[in-house]
Design a protein around this ligand. Sequence first.
Ligand code: ZN
Length: 246
Amino acid sequence: MLWGVLSDIHSNHEALQATVERLKGQGAEGWICCGDIVGYGADPNPVVETLRGLPGMRAVRGNHDLAVLGRMDIAWFNEAARAAVEYTQSTITAENLAWLKDLPPRVDADTFSVVHGSPRNPAEEYLVTVQQFHDNCTYFKTSPCFVGHSHMPLAFLMTEPVSYVDHGPMAPGQVLNLPRHTKIVINPGSVGQPRDHEPRASCGLLDDEKRTFTLHRVKYDVEAVQKKIIAAGLPEFLALRLSYGQ
Ligand code: ZN
């Protein structure tokens, strides 16, 4: 089966629509979402409603989703992130909030796992180093384990029997082979707020029969999203950063 893999959408509806269209065109039948569905952007309701309409959705909650639900202390959030949490709380419908509230911290499916930050600390840890990958390997059973949170498209593969870790950023169009009985962590990058100096939305396609993962970058109407962020009274910085992928 083919799965569209999405993460860190952050209330960016134009980016979400563009990635869903691309992945549907590639044959995606099921969907994986690594959390941070809301926060930062101006469109929490359209984003949640689009996700709710996708078939076979296996989604987890992220730290921004928890913050909107009042289940995470936002004292450590920066000013712009805090403003976006408050904006989301004031605009999200009760029905969409209830959907977010029901999301689990992790998904353990037959052919993949999903968390937001890391398997050992789903709400907070940024899994970006080989040491962290090693430390997290005992915290998930089924590979690939999809993570989000850092907004960077990255992959880690444990090559046995010498336990060498093949790792690095993923390039647009790159196809990763996913050998069985191998510990693998993949971050598909961020749909709604990429931070690898590449403004195109990042997402991926998992083929759990052929055992491959393909990274996609998708152009979307950044200007339209920026106008909505400004019109919503959110900090200008949240609009500007989208032009630079930062
Ligand atoms: Zn995020």
